[in-house]
Design a protein around this ligand. Structure first.
Ligand code: OGA
Ligand code: MN
Length: 209
């Protein structure tokens, strides 16, 4: 992807804390990912949880989508992870954010699934700095629901509401914007990911997930 893309993302992040991009990766990569996620059956996914490690628990009143982590061993997933690695380096170069690595999962929201208002990171408690969500749904229509609604902290009225449309990505500061996924009326496919800073202690590199 071009320098201009990373310039735009960096400028947007400085100006308002988020950036809307289309497309974030080469189109064959996005369509490869879309084909893959739509062809995988339920057994390839697991119910998303909240928190990490021992805190990990499933709370279906808060979120109930199915997820699957991407693997660098799979070619098209590798291509997406590589695109994010390039972005990591380019954003560090422009913003000195100290982004250390990236993790991401597919998400499949079945009709009626949702993710209630939440933050991806709590100040001081986590290493997630920058969230990236990429949408893989063709011909999403008004009335299909499934909007991502973003807020400023402590605000009730939305800052932004976007449909999970094909090729769109939103990149935002993880600690700054509470957000929610409204229930959709049809299957909703996306990839949610996070750039992290390194919070390793001693020789233990980052807590496992
Ligand atoms: C998440 C999330 C937003 C979306 O997975 O943490 O907020 O639009 N996803 O899928
Ligand atoms: Mn989130």
């Amino acid at each position: 992807m071009s320098d201009a893309l990373y310039d735009t993302i960096a400028d947007n992040l400085v100006a308002r804390g988020y950036s809307l991009i289309n497309p974030i990766a080469e189109w064959p990569v996005l369509s490869g990912l879309a084909t893959r996620i739509q062809s995988m059956d339920d057994s390839s996914f697991h119910l998303a949880g909240i928190g990490r490690d021992s805190e990990q628990q499933q709370q279906t009143t808060i979120r109930n989508e199915q997820i699957r982590w991407l693997s660098p061993a799979q070619p098209v997933e590798h291509a997406y992870l590589t695109a994010m690695e390039v972005m990591r380096v380019e954003l560090n170069r422009r913003l000195f954010m100290g982004l250390f690595d990236f993790e991401c999962h597919y998400a499949h929201y079945k009709p009626g699934n949702f993710y209630r208002r939440h933050l991806d990171a709590f100040k001081g408690k986590t290493n997630r700095i920058l969230s990236v969500v990429t949408y893989l749904n063709e011909t999403w229509r008004v009335g299909d629901g499934g909007e991502l609604v973003m807020y400023e902290k402590r605000q009730k009225s939305p800052l932004l509401s976007i449909y999970p449309e094909w090729g769109t990505s939103i990149i935002f500061l993880s600690e700054r914007f509470p957000h929610e996924v409204r229930p959709a009326k049809r299957d909703r496919y996306s990839i949610a990911g996070w750039f992290r800073v390194n919070t390793s202690v001693g020789d233990v590199i980052d807590p496992p997930r």
